[in-house]
Design a protein around this ligand. Structure first.
Ligand code: PLP
Length: 378
């Protein structure tokens, strides 16, 4: 009998939805026209891109003209930050972000710092929350932009974005949110949140890899990152990834239609996992705020080695993460675990389990059994 493969790393990436996959095929094969060309063969792909833009806009309460397709979350984050900074080149301003952002934000800030921008990384509390008063204290007249993630990729904490955006605006600054871990998993309405920009990535919600979008509120000016053709209203050059765009819109729509069921299902799995682990008597901490992405668990086991745990689970056919996927080669403590101040005795024993619709109750019990077997036999 082949061993059961348990994929429990949905925050790293997800399987393509078969509906999205089917929706993509025509645009990869017989309907391959370039949407920017003038002949009638391009009409259908052009319409498909327009319709995907409408679908995506409707899923987040935006207008279609406010959605710009990108190559994924990393590009959307880079564009939001660099595009805002470069819009006023004479003004080497101040940018605020948090100490627990994804490296797509943190390393972009490192770059901006190298060329003269002033960057502030806000501390978080032990749940990974950015407090309103912390932001308030750091805002200045020359703050161009505040960029705070909607949900953290390691601990799942959902930030109080509406409140933070309101504070940023009161001080005359723009507000961007990296919503890569949140889009498709919790309800999002950009107008209600009152934000200026939002980044998303399709492969986190069962869409294809290498496609995402940046929401830019009507009237917000940012400098293009990619120069060339007149695609995306002249703001992001490059022939459109038609199949990717269609796949992303299809996957997003599917998630929105089943959001409640999905939330209940993965939350129940996460609860069962926690209950099962608690019954084993293992000593561990659950990181992050109670208000976090459904199905997302960052667990720190006392006197354990998270990386050893990951590899032992891997040998048993189970995929989990230690920190974020992009961090997985580094053995150092993740910046998020450090920022929330997990006690030393637990910090190195951290793993991230992110459950999805393709996980079952049976898999959850097997996972509990595997973890307890590994940690009991150290
Ligand atoms: N931002 C966050 C919070 C993420 O979790 C990720 C991916 O893990 C990214 C940005 C980068 O997105 P992409 O993989 O589409 O470049």
């Amino acid at each position: 009998m082949s061993k059961m493969m348990i994929y429990a790393d949905h925050a790293a990436t997800t399987a393509m939805s078969s509906v999205a996959y089917e929706a993509m095929l025509p645009w990869l094969q017989n309907k391959y026209g370039n949407p920017s060309t003038l002949y009638s063969f391009a009409r259908e792909p052009r319409k498909a891109v327009a319709s995907a833009r409408e679908t995506i806009a409707a899923c987040i309460g935006a207008r279609p003209e406010e959605i710009y397709f990108t190559s994924g979350g990393t590009e959307a984050d880079n564009w939001a930050l660099i595009g805002t900074a470069f819009w006023e080149p004479d003004r080497c301003g101040h940018i605020i972000t948090s100490s627990i952002e994804h490296h797509a934000i943190l390393h972009t800030c490192d770059f901006l710092k190298r060329i003269g921008y002033d960057i502030d990384l806000l501390p978080v509390n032990q749940h990974g929350l950015i407090l309103a008063e912390t932001l308030e204290k750091h805002l200045r007249g020359e703050t161009l932009l505040v960029s705070i993630m909607l949900a953290n990729n390691e601990i799942g904490t959902i930030e109080p974005i509406k409140e933070l955006a309101e504070i940023a605006h009161r001080h005359g600054s723009l507000f961007h949110t990296d919503a890569v871990q949140a889009v498709g998993h919790i309800p999002i309405d950009v107008k209600d949140l009152g934000i200026d920009m939002l980044s998303a990535s399709a492969h986190k919600f069962n869409g294809p890899k290498g496609i995402g979008f940046l929401y830019v509120r009507d009237g917000v000016m940012i400098e293009p990152l990619l120069h060339g053709g007149a695609q995306e209203g002249g703001r992001r050059a490059g022939t459109e990834n038609v199949a990717g765009i269609v796949g992303m819109a299809t996957a997003f729509q599917e998630h929105i239609e089943h959001l409640e069921q999905e939330t209940t299902y993965v939350q129940n799995l996460a609860d069962l996992l926690l209950k099962g682990l608690r019954n084993t008597g293992l000593d561990f901490i659950v990181n992050g705020d109670d208000n976090r992405i459904p199905g997302s668990l960052s667990l720190s086991f006392r006197d354990a080695d998270g990386e050893m745990l990951l590899h032992r689970l891997d040998l048993m056919g189970t995929a989990v993460a230690t920190g974020s996927a992009c961090d997985s080669k580094s053995t150092a403590l993740s910046h998020v675990i450090r920022a929330i101040g997990v006690p030393d005795a637990y910090a190195h024993g951290t793993i991230r389990i992110t459950l999805g619709m393709d996980n079952s109750i049976e898999q959850v019990s097997v996972l509990v059994e595997q973890i307890s077997r590994i940690l009991d036999n150290r």
